[in-house]
Write a protein that binds this ligand. Structure first.
Ligand SMILES: Cc1cc2nc3c(=O)[nH]c(=O)nc-3n(C[C@H](O)[C@H](O)[C@H](O)COP(=O)(O)O)c2cc1C
Length: 174
């Protein structure tokens, strides 16, 4: 089985998750490679797909959504796993007490569930390096509502990411 891990990453956190998943699949004996969405134009030869995107303003990156829309017929015919790289911080619940990884589900995911029937979608905690941000992102971080939601740091949970990749590898091996 050959698996393509496609990702859209603005500042690198999602790229790191995608590369880790591909590497874990490789360790489990699966052929796998991670590629940025803009470098993928042909899905021929792959048996399974993992597609992930960073989340900004509750949405996937446009290129990642466009990739799913454009390739929905192929993706619907193969095993596909989706992930989002989103929430920041060490709190596991939001202000309303909801599980943050559920509350942070991007708007597109419900539509993708219907269009391609993914095996799973997982929201992973992300990372934010203020030195990487552009002017408008810095301005958003200064808004009172965003200040607590966008703390600096790397909150990626590698144990959780590895476990998810292992479950995918198990499925592919069946
Ligand atoms: C301006 C801004 C807006 C963000 N909006 C959201 C959001 O709506 N939901 C969310 O879960 N994470 C949000 N995040 C956090 C990013 O999704 C997180 O930092 C992600 O890991 C970044 O991935 P990347 O480095 O691959 O771009 C936001 C971050 C910034 C800087």
């Amino acid at each position: 089985m050959s698996t393509l891990v496609v990702y859209a990453s603005k500042h690198g956190a999602t790229q790191g998750i995608a590369e880790r998943i591909a590497s874990k699949l490789g360790e489990a004996g699966q052929e796998a490679e991670a590629r940025p969405v803009e470098a993928v134009d042909n899905l021929t030869g792959y048996d399974a797909f993992v597609v992930g995107s960073a989340v900004y303003a509750a949405h996937w990156q446009k290129e990642a959504s466009a990739f799913v829309q454009r390739n929905r017929t192929v993706l619907a015919s193969k095993p596909v796993w989706l992930f989002s790289s989103g929430p920041l911080g060490t709190e596991l619940t939001d202000a309303k007490g909801r599980d943050l990884q559920v509350a942070a589900e991007p708007k597109e995911i419900a539509e993708f569930q219907g269009a391609i029937g993914p095996k799973d979608h997982r929201v992973f905690f992300g990372a934010l390096d203020p030195g990487e941000l552009g002017f408008s992102e810095r301005a958003i971080r200064k808004l009172p509502a965003a200040r607590t939601m966008l703390p600096e740091g790397d909150f990626r949970d590698w144990t959780e990411i590895d476990a998810w990749a292992s479950a995918i590898a198990d499925h592919l091996a069946e």
